[in-house]
Design a protein around this ligand. Structure first.
Ligand SMILES: Nc1ncnc2c1ncn2[C@@H]1O[C@H](COP(=O)(O)OP(=O)(O)OP(=O)(O)O)[C@@H](O)[C@H]1O
Length: 239
């Protein structure tokens, strides 16, 4: 399996002196092509912090982040922006679509930012809108869509430029259980089709069996749980 994303000894501290908070301690992790992971942990345990480091939005205090075997630690701001535009797709709790643009225009921007040509953007848009059953929404504006439909657009937007890594921070938190489950299932299906690494932060432990890997953070330490423990109900604490 091809290694796409690696954390080597990542630590993250906030503050300084006596009021230093060590949020992540020596996190070692490797993600492989097409692998879907869920990241869980109590509130304030560092899930968003880790996701932000994986997404090159936040620098670690120590340790290295490698994308496709290349360390991004010493990349300057514009190189990091380029990495984000080319290799990463993001999904947040709220879809964060631009309200004054149509769904098509919201999606096309991502392709343009990644340097795709118009023909490729159109082909990709047609394909993703069809796969996510969004064709009827193409010329609508975000406020004309339901929360679940907006998150489906957010999935299309995250995948449009064929990123090798897709990161989602509580993508279902604003949705009811059934809509949320459908959104996560679609996200998993589409990310697997694209062979992207997918990392999803959630508080909803009912989602865990859907994923290939279950990563858990507590007290700054990251551990991996086995799906069998979930099935046996030996690891089923609401976080
Ligand atoms: N910019 C910052 N400056 C200082 N402390 C921060 C900053 N960002 C996060 N923290 C602290 O780091 C810890 C981890 O925060 P983080 O948002 O990563 O947790 P989380 O697991 O995502 O929490 P939640 O589940 O509540 O969203 C918290 O104690 C938080 O207060």
């Amino acid at each position: 399996m091809k290694s796409i994303l690696t954390c080597q000894g990542i630590t993250k501290s906030y503050g300084s002196g006596d009021i230093i908070e060590n949020v992540l301690k020596q996190v070692d992790l490797e993600f492989f092509e097409g692998q879907a992971s869920v990241l869980i942990g109590p509130s304030g345990s560092g899930k968003t912090t880790l996701l932000s480091i994986l997404g090159c939005l936040l620098a670690p205090s120590e340790g290295q982040l490698l994308i496709a075997d290349q360390s991004v630690n010493f990349f300057d701001k514009s190189s990091l922006t380029e990495v984000r535009r080319q290799k990463l797709g993001f999904i947040f709790q709220h879809a964060q679509l631009l309200p004054f643009l149509t769904i098509e225009e919201n999606l096309a921007i991502v392709g343009r930012n990644a340097g795709m040509n118009d023909a490729d953007i159109k082909q990709r848009l047609d394909n993703l809108l069809q796969r996510l059953e969004l064709q009827a929404m193409r010329y609508k504006h975000p406020n004309q869509l339901s929360g679940g439909q907006r998150q489906r657009v957010a999935i299309a937007r995250a995948l449009l430029h064929r990123p090798s890594i897709v990161l989602a921070d509580e993508p279902t938190a604003a949705l009811d259980w059934l809509t949320g489950k459908t959104v996560v299932e679609l996200l998993l299906e589409q990310a697997r089709l694209e062979k992207a690494v997918l990392v999803v932060v959630t508080h909803d432990t009912r989602m865990l069996p859907l994923f290939d890997r279950i990563l858990s953070i507590a007290d700054g330490l990251l551990s991996e749980q086995q799906q069998t423990a979930i099935a046996d109900n030996t690891f089923y604490t609401q976080t």
